[in-house]
Design a binder for this molecule. Sequence first.
Ligand SMILES: Nc1ncnc2c1ncn2[C@@H]1O[C@H](COP(=O)(O)OP(=O)(O)OP(=O)(O)O)[C@@H](O)[C@H]1O
Ligand SMILES: [Mg+2]
Length: 208
Amino acid sequence: MALVANGIGRSFRRVEVLRGVDLAVEPGEFVTIGGPSGSGKSALLSILCGFDRPDVGSVLIRDEELDGAPSWQRCAVLPQALGLAGELTLAENTALPLLLTGSPEARSRSVAVLAELGIGDLADRYPNEVSYGQQQRAALARAIVVEPAVLLADEPTAHVDHASAEVVLTVLRRVADRGTAVIAATHDPRVHAVADRRLRLDKGRLVA
Ligand SMILES: Nc1ncnc2c1ncn2[C@@H]1O[C@H](COP(=O)(O)OP(=O)(O)OP(=O)(O)O)[C@@H](O)[C@H]1O
Ligand SMILES: [Mg+2]
């Protein structure tokens, strides 16, 4: 399995948001997580990528238990709040994970991934010089540039127009088909439609 979560529980201010979440995702599988606003989708993704620790339960990525945030190659994230560095261009933001691995072709690979997402011409702009939907695609580019074992995408189509959403969906599907386990939290039926398996958070548990 690419990712296994066992019995994840998490409370905030004594409110039990997650209560026994179990999940196992294979390499190349595309899973969506639905559920109403506030049901805990982002909270769960934060735990799956090691940004937050569960009160109970464990997460394994490629059979190794998480103890803090794993490397970007093991688990890359498209956060709901994007988190692009404003001091860096889109190409530089996208290249960051590659620079950390010492990849010599960081720039060319970054621009190629941005182009795959339809924003290659914006590679040398700064985040505040492009739209929020374009920033979202750059944050997705940064997540997939290293071909991670697991990709966690929080609302990947939330800010993009119809045509760009189609591009994002095609790219997410392609990333899964190349072997990455893709887990996307979404309200968007178009994302659910391209997934292999659709789950939803209901009363703190994942159900089919
Ligand atoms: N760090 C935190 N501190 C306190 N409460 C939190 C924290 N993180 C999440 N929560 C609470 O947990 C619940 C779930 O939030 P979460 O952001 O996971 O929802 P969501 O399903 O992602 O919603 P949306 O669809 O709006 O993105 C909410 O009630 C939220 O207020
Ligand atoms: Mg959320």
